[in-house]
Every structure is written in structure tokens, then in C-alpha cells.
Design a protein around this ligand. Structure first.
Ligand code: C5J
Length: 234
């Protein structure tokens, strides 16, 4: 179990280079693992996507979630969605594309991408504990119009392990926002997924290119290995 008064440092094998992390200043951030993106009948499918493509991310995230819970690491879940009156949903977002059902319309899992509806909820396999932080966000980035900065500051967080869906949209946007705010972001390749495999690959490449311009990329096994390896207690 982590002791917040004592640094617990490990080196994680990552690209473009290994990264040293103090687990006591690290949070696991799980982006938008919601039924609306992951299951048939939700927002993702109304945009013409094959939602089953995202299923590969579930088990790696579950493994990291189990690790984080066991060691007492801060866990943050995010959910993309809007208020029932759509006052936080800009027309430019609602009208975009040609979906068969738009944001706010009734669908098989309730109103599409609306807070409180069944489709907006996080999938059962990764369901948050009452003690975990859940950030409701109206945008793609988890910092825009949310309390995330305040939460991370309160817990003394400097490093983010970022996973979830989709790699090139909400994961990338959040990582870029976090990078500008001074956080070290380590993105978990097998804990992210996209409806477009080529966007997943490029989304990860964009993060780690140019010496890690937005952060590092590793996989769930490398995190578990680093956690299980002897850590230096400082
Ligand atoms: C999308 C997301 N793809 N969570 N949202 O619209 O990536």
C-alpha cells in the first residue's frame, strides 16, 4: 500500500525511453469506458463505427485497475456526456456527422450521451468503486470544463497513466491538455483502442515522437512488471 509521505520510485520500460515514476504521485486515468462507446446502440455505433473493435482494451485496463486498487493509487474515471437540457452541448458538436441518432435522441440505452442514462454509464467490467473519482466532461479532453485539475492537485499528482477510448480522440486530447499543464503522461498502448486501427497506431506514435513530445507509451504488462519489481523507497 502506498504511503503518501514516502516516495516509491520505479523505472518503467517505455518509448521513446524508460520513464521514472513515483507511484505516490501517479494516478490511473481511465478515459470514457462507457456503454455509449463500447456497446451496440450507443453514440459510437450511431456514428457508423464497429464498437466491438474497442473490446481489446478492457482486460488490460482491468489488470491495471486491480493493481491500482491493491496499491492504493488514485483512480480517475472519466465519462463524456451532456446535461439533459443539452445546455453544455454546442450545436457544432450535436450536428456533426450524419448519425442515425444524435446526441440527446432516445436510443436503446436511453438518450444518447446524456448524463444519468444507461448508455452514459461505465461498463460493468470496469465499474468505479464509490471511493474512486469520476469526472463528467462535456468535451473530448478531461480538463476542459471539469474539476480534474483541482483533484490532481489535491492528491499531489505529477504523473498520469492514461488508458481508455478512443486513442486518437479523447485519450489524445486529454494527454495534450495534461502535457500543457505539466503532467508526465504515460499512455498504455493495449489499454487504449480505436474504431480505426490505423488511428490507434498513429495516435500512439504522435505521443511518443520527437523525444516524447506529449509523453511516453508503454503497455500494461510493463507497468505491472515495474510495480512488482523492487521499488526504491526514498
Ligand atoms: C469520441 C471519445 N470518440 N471518448 N469520444 O467521440 O473518444
Amino acid at each position: 500500500m502506498l504511503n503518501s509521505g514516502q516516495a516509491s520510485i520505479a523505472t518503467v520500460v517505455a518509448e521513446p525511453e524508460p520513464v521514472e515514476l513515483d507511484w505516490t504521485a501517479t494516478a490511473l486515468v481511465i478515459i470514457d469506458m462507457q456503454r455509449d462507446f463500447m456497446e451496440p446502440g450507443g453514440f459510437g455505433e450511431t456514428l457508423g463505427n464497429d464498437v466491438l473493435r474497442l473490446a481489446t482494451a478492457v482486460q488490460p485496463i482491468a489488470n491495471l485497475l486491480g493493481m491500482a486498487r491493491e496499491m492504493g493509487m488514485l483512480v480517475v474515471h472519466t465519462r463524456e456526456g451532456h446535461l439533459p437540457d443539452l445546455s453544455d452541448a454546442p450545436p457544432a458538436k450535436v450536428e456533426r456527422g450524419a448519425p442515425s441518432l444524435r446526441i440527446g435522441d432516445p436510443g436503446p440505452m436511453g438518450r444518447i450521451l446524456i448524463r444519468g442514462e444507461p448508455g452514459h454509464d461505465i461498463i460493468a467490467d470496469l465499474y468505479p468503486l464509490d471511493s474512486e473519482v469520476v469526472i463528467d466532461k462535456p468535451g473530448k479532453g478531461a480538463f476542459y470544463a471539469t474539476e480534474l485539475s483541482d483533484v490532481l492537485q489535491k492528491y499531489g499528482i505529477e504523473n498520469l497513466l492514461v488508458c481508455g477510448v478512443t486513442t486518437e480522440v479523447c485519450v489524445n486530447t486529454t494527454v495534450r491538455e495534461a502535457n500543457d499543464r505539466g503532467y508526465r503522461c504515460v499512455v498504455i498502448s493495449d489499454g487504449c483502442a480505436s474504431y480505426f486501427p490505423e488511428f490507434h497506431d498513429m495516435g500512439l506514435k504522435m505521443i511518443k515522437a520527437q523525444g516524447g513530445i506529449f509523453g511516453w507509451v508503454t503497455d500494461s504488462a510493463a507497468i505491472l512488471k515495474a510495480v512488482n519489481a523492487e521499488t526504491a523507497i526514498v
